[in-house]
Design a binder for this molecule. Structure first.
Ligand code: AMP
Ligand code: MG
Length: 402
């Protein structure tokens, strides 16, 4: 028996997804492998950064007051008390008035000094340094803990680690980081008409585009896709592949099976092996979507059209991934744009329209939903809420970028 006519709003479907979402599992990995991973615990600085007042230029550490009024014509004459060595504490004691020390970029500012004159504005004459420009208190100096204070929270959990984050994590003494374990997501393509990428399709056949598309998205989103190939529209094949995939994965995605007979079978198999929670969502494209659960593992039946499968992936599956990864808001990039034309929409269902964006103007690509080319000719999707009867030309929309 199909419950497909019992179409539910997107928000209810997402709520159902969140209810069955497996909880975040963490692992601790070396910092060098952490880029792109999601921090599962906050990170605090284990020391003050920097740990000492330091110069940000090559030059002379001075008392700023000693340089007051200095210029090319009337340089301040300071006695050079020594040279600061890189990576070592200051060995010259407190800087006395009327003196200076040479200091390299990053060198320890001696006590008593409160500024650094760039070497470009100085001239050495024996033990005397001619300072040809005045500096103010604190100039060219980075103060101890100015970057981060010991114990300060530098990163919150849920942050995706960027290359520059890795640098800051290293500075904070994080040789290993605790991150969300990558969810393993099984991908099963269904359909008698499907052939693998390596096969030239015969009459009535099409290549399996969904498996590659879903796997690529999941990889980029920080999951591990696990491909189970193509299965025919046969009940035994469905049961066999699900029996294999469910124990091996955290989540399973089936694509295809949205024609009436197939749909009933996908839902019937999920119901027999577990339970069907949702069958039909008020979303376009993507209405014939199934959300189920087998031995506590979420199992989705996505529509076969690649564009529909993609929309459901973003709108319905992604909230599950966000939960499993501990991401507070989606990683997907968005951009605001102005609508070039009216987009009509049917009230009562959430619609996702492919658009191109150029110079801040979003233009919808209307066309036959089954076409693949709109997936690459467009830049992203505009969401039309279920409560709206379309969007008006000139309105500001948020484009979910591909
Ligand atoms: P279905 O949801 O099985 O009724 O399929 C809807 C449409 O999507 C049909 O034209 C299918 O041939 C096509 N389709 C289903 N699965 C895939 C796939 N993995 N790759 C490309 N097209 C697909
Ligand atoms: Mg099919």
């Amino acid at each position: 028996m199909s419950r497909f006519l019992n179409v539910i709003p997107v928000a209810d479907a997402v709520a159902a997804v969140i209810r069955i979402s497996p909880s975040l599992v963490t692992e601790t990995i070396p910092l060098e492998f952490s880029v792109g991973r999601i921090l599962a615990a906050a990170v605090t600085a284990d020391t003050d950064i920097p740990g000492f007042d330091r110069s940000v230029v090559d030059g002379y550490a001075v008392r700023a007051a000693d340089t007051a009024g200095a210029g090319d014509a009337i340089p301040a004459l300071l006695h050079c008390a020594g040279r600061i060595a890189m990576g070592r504490p200051n060995a010259h004691g407190t800087l006395a008035p009327g003196t200076c020390t040479y200091i390299p970029t990053g060198g320890v500012l001696p006590a008593g000094a409160d500024a650094v004159v760039m070497v470009e504005y100085t001239e050495e004459a024996g033990d005397t340094v001619l300072v040809k420009r005045s500096v103010s208190h604190g100039e060219n100096v980075l103060l101890r803990d100015e970057d981060f204070r010991r114990g300060e929270c530098v990163f919150s959990s849920g942050r995706r680690i960027s290359p520059q984050d890795a640098g800051v994590l290293a500075a904070c003494g994080c040789a290993a980081v605790t991150v969300a374990k990558k969810p393993v997501v099984g991908i099963i393509s269904t359909g008698n008409e499907l052939v693998p990428v390596t096969v030239v399709p015969g009459p009535g056949q099409v290549r399996d585009a969904n498996a590659s598309m879903l796997a690529a998205y999941l990889t980029e989103y920080g999951c591990i896709p696990r491909l189970y190939g193509i299965i025919p529209d046969e009940r035994l094949a469905f049961e066999a592949v699900l029996a294999r995939a469910v124990p091996e994965c955290d989540v399973v995605l089936l694509s295809g099976g949205s024609s009436k007979d197939d749909r009933d079978m996908t839902a019937a198999v999920i119901a027999a092996m577990g339970e069907v929670l949702v069958h039909g969502i008020a979303i376009a494209p993507g209405k014939p979507t199934i959300i189920g659960r087998i031995t506590n593992k979420p199992v989705f039946g996505l529509p076969g059209h690649p564009a529909s499968a993609f929309v459901v992936l973003i709108a319905i599956v992604r909230p599950l991934l966000d939960r499993m990864l501990g991401i507070p808001r989606p990683l997907q990039r968005t951009e605001q744009a102005t609508l070039a034309v009216n987009i009509p929409s049917q009230r009562g269902r959430e619609e996702y329209v492919r658009v191109t964006v150029e110079n801040g103007i979003a233009t919808p690509l209307f066309g036959k939903s089954g076409l693949l080319n709109t997936l690459i000719r467009s830049n992203g999707l505009v969401r039309i809420p279920a409560g709206a009867e379309g969007l008006e030309q000139g309105s500001i929309v948020e484009v979910i970028l591909w």
